[in-house]
Design a protein. Structure first.
Length: 396
């Protein structure tokens, strides 16, 4: 097991709010394992085992903060999760590639001056970074508690930009009236799974002719592929090729906030052996692609993937991964398949729909705001979704 600092920051001097509520900040989730598991349900994005796997595999890139919130009777009423990410040059592509001096200056300014404190997880979709035992807890009081928790972390950390990610509808009004700036164009692609589909053939039958023809051609190109559901030990043994395949996907993204590697998949499989699935795609015993999933009761999430893009030309690896995801979601009788934020147009081709989430940010300086605006524009430019003629179903 990887050794991680187990310091509890504010147990000795808890922050008392006007509600006489005690907020405690911890750097290691294992310190609060028992009470965390007592309040956050299994399958939730903030469940203990999932956050533990992230902590074990990504502690060299992030700092993690775990907040417990107690009421005036010292009863646990909620938790809050933060990821602190100092921005690195590896996380973005320079737009000043032709000028070495300006390129290095850009990377220095962004890398040295831009740090993010995120309430939520960069490795989850539609997952607020907080959970309260009573979901009907007063929104204003809840919002104040969340801000107090963030303030306690910012008091002990370097100057940073504070982000509340994927805020739920109950708290939107509170944040809209606060000093935070909303950004509403954080879009993910979600594939609704129709109740009448019992197999992938039913899905294909629901497509318009040209889309159905294309799907059959893609599936035919994958006849040489062998799919294997890998164990944690098998993931570990394939770590080198996994990193190579994953990096091919990562390098196609111009903004990449935190870069997991094979350790992340290994830890996730080790801690979540049933709900986390890792499928390797093999040709003649050589892995040429992989896909990962979180299998939940109500929805499936196609998580991270890796692809050999040279072989992708012949075997349509990427689209076969999408079709396999649809097939598994149908088999699990889930309502939807979460496909993530990137390659939006390709996902629209198979029938996915854009879903927007609302997040809020507070800037530490004008320079930070300028950096954020530039990075956001760069990301939006490369992920812009064109839905023209992307209506694959017969009744659309």
């Amino acid at each position: 097991m990887i050794s991680i600092c187990s310091k509890t920051i504010s147990d000795k001097t808890p922050y008392l709010t006007a509600l006489d509520t005690v907020i405690k900040v911890h750097e290691n989730i294992e310190v609060v394992a028992e009470i965390w598991q007592s309040i956050v349900p299994e399958g939730h994005p903030l469940e203990y085992q999932r956050l533990l796997a992230i902590q074990h595999s990504l502690h060299n890139q992030f700092k993690f903060y775990y907040i417990t919130i107690e009421d005036e009777h010292r009863q646990l009423i909620g938790v809050q999760y933060f990821q602190y990410l100092p921005f690195r040059a590896a996380y973005f592509d320079s737009v000043l590639k032709q000028n070495v001096l300006l390129r290095n200056l850009e990377k220095y300014v962004v890398g040295e001056r831009f740090r993010m404190l995120i309430c939520g997880s960069l490795f989850s979709v539609n997952a607020p970074g907080y959970y309260f035992a009573n979901e009907q807890y007063d929104p204003i009081k809840k919002g104040e508690l969340l801000k107090k928790g963030a303030a306690e972390i910012m008091r002990i950390s370097k100057k940073c930009e504070l982000i509340f990610k994927d805020v739920d509808s109950i708290l939107e009004n509170y944040f809209n009236k606060s000093e935070f700036q909303a950004f509403n164009d954080d879009v993910t692609m979600t594939m609704p799974i129709r109740s009448e589909w019992n197999s992938l053939n039913d899905y294909i039958a629901s497509l318009k002719h040209k889309y159905a023809q294309r799907a059959r051609k893609i599936l035919k190109a994958a006849t040489e592929l062998e799919r294997i559901n890998l164990s944690a030990d098998q993931i570990h043994s394939q770590s080198t090729v996994i990193n190579t395949l994953f990096n091919q996907v990562v390098q196609k993204q111009n903004i990449r906030l935190g870069i997991p590697d094979a350790r992340y998949f290994y830890e996730m499989k080790r801690h979540k052996p049933d709900s986390f699935q890792f499928f390797g795609y093999f040709i003649e015993n050589r892995m040429v692609a992989f896909s990962t999933y979180f299998i939940q009761h109500h929805s499936n999430e196609l998580h991270y993937i890796g692809v050999d893009y040279e072989l992708n030309k012949k075997h349509y690896l990427y689209f076969n991964i999408l079709f396999d995801g649809i097939s598994r979601a149908i088999d699990h009788k889930t309502a939807c398949l979460e496909l993530g934020r990137t390659a939006r147009e390709a996902k629209a081709v198979v029938g996915a729909e854009p879903v927007a989430f609302k997040s809020y940010i507070s800037f530490s300086s004008s320079l930070s705001k300028w950096i954020y605006t530039k990075l956001k524009a760069r990301f939006q430019h490369t992920t812009e979704l064109n839905l023209k003629d992307r209506h694959p179903f017969k009744n659309s």
